[in-house]
Design a binder for this molecule. Structure first.
Ligand code: SF4
Ligand code: ZN
Length: 419
């Protein structure tokens, strides 16, 4: 029996019109994530008998139990089952949480995975919005949009810190497994890439081209995820792109990709390069996990992730960088990317790859240490992560340059990055 839910049972208005709505300052009733508390979301597949369709639980204080202006930890666990469901579809369903929550008036959602950020406005709470309505939205809309693959949806919303931490641990294991599935595949071996145009509602000319070695810049979609998404929804935002003739191997430019991007951006973007930060880098929407910037004095690139709030050697904080390089434009010298892409052989490959990376936040460096050191060793540089500066070394190019020299960072003796 197929459940058909056509309306979204929430007390606030609901629809794409509210997607870009921002909730700020005095209007915030509840906030979660955004670097202040932990927010995490996960979608997993279960056996049919493990999921009770429409069951929604709020575990921990709900909105009526907290005061206006409170920050809480938040975990959203969506469990789905269906005869046509595959675990490969989990990331696609999970990525829907973003726009489905944003569609509710008075709700704001940014990010994904373990860097989600949710705000609920006072107006929504006055109308009777409860955290269980997040579950109602996801239940109704996932049935509506993905009824072809799922039969049952249940949702748990956690606001208790230890429960959120448990979910976080589970989620990170799942994310790591998803990310590992594409390891070993190469762009050269694969004739088909995938597009993602999900972010065109915010950035109309933006197209992510997702290759085996380059995930979508939000970090939520890798090549296999896009392939699965196309299987579920052949007319959806993830289309196969025959990469076609190689125009420039070093820069990562292909005839088929250019043609696709031209069409999908309605002529706004005529070409871009998958592997370069200096020459026509890929467009960036607003939801990149990290943004890389060229550092001319240090002769390298830096990258900064959303969680790092401090100043960086390019003179801008993450938020300022996001404002100036987002929006679906090509911005030479800047490129948005996923955390995982830093560990790819194709990361700014045209400029020398990982050997160009001279600064990154310490926490991000620690998270990726193993991958960075492995990539460095393959290129003949030992302990590369120890040679990369972070905020404890300095936050200006002048502060970090002596460190790079002392550590014999490979970028110091490479060709000039600005040509
Ligand atoms: Fe898709 Fe890219 Fe947006 Fe991620 S950032 S949802 S891959 S368009
Ligand atoms: Zn985006």
């Amino acid at each position: 029996l197929k459940v058909t839910v056509t309306e979204v049972p929430v007390p606030t208005a609901y629809g794409p019109a509210f997607e870009g709505e921002r909730i700020r300052g005095e209007d915030i009733y509840m906030e979660a994530g955004g670097g202040k508390t932990q927010a995490v979301e996960l979608t997993v597949m279960k056996d049919m008998n493990e999921v009770e369709d429409g069951k929604i639980e709020v575990i921990g204080p709900d909105l009526k139990d907290i005061e206006a202006g409170t920050r809480v930890p938040l975990g959203i666990l969506v469990e789905v089952a269906g005869r046509k469901m595959q675990s490969d579809f989990e990331p696609i369903l999970e990525r829907q949480i973003h726009h489905l929550i944003n569609y509710a008036q008075g709700l704001m959602h940014i990010g994904q995975r373990d860097i989600a950020w949710v705000r609920i406005g006072k107006g929504a709470v006055e109308k009777g919005f409860s955290l269980s309505h997040i579950g109602s939205i996801l239940h109704a809309k996932l049935h509506q949009d993905f009824g072809s693959v799922l039969d049952k949806v249940q949702v748990k919303v956690f606001t208790e810190k230890d429960k959120v931490d448990d979910l976080l641990k589970q989620a990170r294991e799942v994310y790591a497994k998803r990310d590992a599935r594409v390891e070993g595949m190469t762009d050269e071996d694969e004739p088909i890439f995938y597009s993602c145009t999900l972010c065109q509602s915010f950035a109309p000319s933006h197209v992510c081209v997702v290759t085996p070695e380059r995930t979508g810049l939000c970090g939520a979609y890798n090549w296999l995820d896009c392939k699965a998404s196309f299987e579920i929804n052949p007319t959806g935002p993830n289309q196969p792109i025959e990469k076609g003739k190689v125009i420039d191997e070093r820069l990562g430019q292909w005839e088929g990709v250019n043609e696709f991007v031209q069409k999908a951006s309605r002529g706004k973007v005529v070409k871009y390069n998958a592997y370069s930060i200096m020459e026509d880098p890929m467009t960036s929407c607003g939801c990149f996990e990290c943004i890389a910037a060229v550092l001319p004095v240090a002769n390298g690139v830096m990258t900064v992730d959303r969680d790092y709030k401090g100043p960086t050697p390019c003179g801008m904080k993450f938020t300022t960088l996001a404002g100036s390089a987002g929006g679906g434009n090509i911005t030479p010298g800047f490129v948005g990317h996923s955390k995982l892409y830093i560990g790819s052989k194709k990361f700014v490959a045209a400029e020398g790859g990982i050997l160009r990376l001279v600064w990154m936040p310490k926490a991000l460096k620690e998270m990726l240490k193993e991958k960075i050191d492995r990539l460095g060793a393959e290129r003949g540089v030992s302990n590369l992560s120890d040679r990369i500066a972070d905020e404890t070394v300095g936050v200006t190019e002048d502060e970090i340059y002596p460190f790079l020299q002392e550590k014999e960072h490979p970028a110091v003796s490479m060709d000039s990055i600005v040509g």
